[in-house]
Design a protein around this ligand. Structure first.
Ligand code: F6P
Ligand code: MG
Length: 468
């Protein structure tokens, strides 16, 4: 690298600390993720074998294709099994093979520099690097094969999870429908708008929780009711929010009225979380004068199991518009289905008109998006991904969703908890207006009162990693 990279005054989290969450991840979580991929491919191979038998006499070339795909699938399974073996024994991370896809040279260059300090094994590498590398490595197993190139091993899992969130989705659709009749009143009433803004922001935040049981609000049937319930619900949940800048965000956003500003969403997970991102974006564009367009930034290849890829983004709209996607018992009110239809039809029209845009559809968008699948902290975004840095510098607000984005913002290093957030994001501070909405699923945490952290620790709360 030509540029001088930012050095944090603290070391990164890595699994050499056996009491940390990263150790747990290498020992337990990654093997489970890998085993799930193996099981999934196994099941697909089983189905293919049956299909091949069925078409054997009818369609010879189809049968042959299935047989070749099965052989390739078996190769993929053995590579993943080998990886599990090597990982458990703290073997070296191997160079990523050139598969014609993005970031091979970049991952290998970082790996080479870890080798210089003997940190190129599964238990010694910085957790952030190793985990990003893992998803790039999995990508190459599929990419090297003719019939599996570009395959997303997590797509079925993402879709199943999404199907399970029908109840909350219908409920939110009805709440949004009720805003419709209040639209004019709302725009002239900043106090009501503020309450709603905070409701929306919290819905979008908790959309990142692994456990959706925290999403118990957003049910009231009129706006007055929503206001009180909103406030009460916010108070009830406030003890779960350890760093709360909602007031500051609102003060800032209020200054943006009628300037045609753009909102950028650096997406995290597909399914329910993406749905809440859409709702928040829709609220801001449809009901407030603060933003007139939204750009959504996806990942270019399957990432941390559930992150949004361009395919997920497109499928989300069609799934939501399909009358049969959610199980029939998801909604108790027949009106909700109509409300959902109405809302998502609006989103689709926003996409058609370029009010909502996927970053990869912008000129240079593909190049600009590569950075999100890289192994680096975001500190040196302006040097490492100048197109992206420049794009974001023109944004009215950049919302970073989720835990991994937060880890990368703060470099996944062992900052003392009371470190101010702007300090932790290093040279990125001041580059653009930034809001991070994250539920804690990893050790890194900043901007928190030391006493608050100490109290939680004393109570034995796993507050850094529980997602609550
Ligand atoms: O594998 C662990 C992890 O990196 C944690 O940081 C977090 O639990 C998860 O992956 C990603 O979470 P999110 O989808 O919120 O970024
Ligand atoms: Mg994620």
């Amino acid at each position: 690298m030509k540029h001088e990279m930012f050095q944090a005054p603290y070391p990164p989290y890595d699994p050499t600390d056996t009491s940390g969450f990263s150790y747990d991840t290498v020992v337990k979580r990654w093997p489970i993720i890998l085993t799930n991929i193996i099981d999934h491919v196994h099941r697909l191979l089983h189905d293919m074998t049956i299909e091949a038998q069925q078409v054997r006499d009818l369609d010879v070339s189809k049968a042959e294709e299935l047989s070749k795909k099965t052989t390739e699938g078996q190769e993929i399974i053995s590579e993943i099994s080998r990886l599990k073996y090597r990982m458990a024994r703290d073997h070296e991370l191997e160079n990523i093979l050139q598969d014609g896809d993005i970031l091979v040279a970049e991952y290998n260059a970082e790996l080479e520099s870890l080798k210089q300090t003997s940190r190129n094994t599964w238990f010694k590498a910085p957790w952030l690097y190793a985990e990003c590398y893992l998803y790039r490595l999995i990508r190459t197993y599929f990419n090297q094969r003719t019939y599996w190139r570009g395959f997303d091993p997590f797509s079925t899992q993402k879709e199943e999870m999404f199907k399970n969130s029908g109840a909350a989705i219908y409920q939110i659709a009805t709440t949004m429908h009720e805003l419709e009749s209040e639209k004019v009143k709302l725009q002239g009433d900043p106090d009501k708008l503020e309450v709603l803004f905070k409701e929306m922001i919290q819905m979008c935040l908790w959309g990142n929780a692994t456990d959706l049981s925290l999403l118990t609000h957003l049910s009231p049937s009129d706006i007055e009711h929503l206001q009180t319930v909103g406030k009460e619900a916010q108070e009830a949940r406030s003890e779960f929010i350890l760093k709360d800048d909602q007031g500051d965000v609102w003060s800032y956003v209020k200054t943006l009225a009628n300037q045609g500003k753009r909102l950028d969403f650096v997406l995290d997970n597909a399914g329910f979380e993406l749905f809440t991102d859409f709702v928040f974006a829709d609220f801001l564009v449809t009901y407030t004068p603060y933003f007139s367009q939204v750009v959504f930034h996806p990942k270019l290849f399957p990432w941390f199991v559930s992150d949004v890829t361009p395919t997920d983004f497109t499928n989300t709209i069609s799934s939501l518009l399909s009358a049969t996607f959610f199980p029939p018992n998801s909604t108790t009110s027949p009106d909700s289905a109509a409300h959902l239809q109405q809302m998502v039809t609006r989103w689709k029209s926003y996409i058609d008109k370029g009010i909502f845009t996927l970053a990869t559809d912008i000129t240079n968008g593909q190049k600009m998006s590569e950075f999100w699948n890289g192994p680096w902290p975001y500190w040196n975004m302006n040097e490492l991904a100048p197109e992206l840095g420049q794009w974001l510098s023109g944004s009215g607000l950049v919302i970073f969703k989720g835990d991994l984005n937060y880890r990368k913002l703060a470099g996944d290093v062992k900052w003392p908890v009371s470190t101010p957030f702007p300090t932790a994001i290093g040279p990125l501070a001041g580059s653009f207006p930034l809001l991070s909405l994250r539920t804690n699923k990893a050790d890194v945490a900043v901007g928190i009162d030391e006493k608050v952290a100490e109290n939680l620790d004393n109570k034995g709360e796993k507050w850094r990693v529980s997602g609550r």
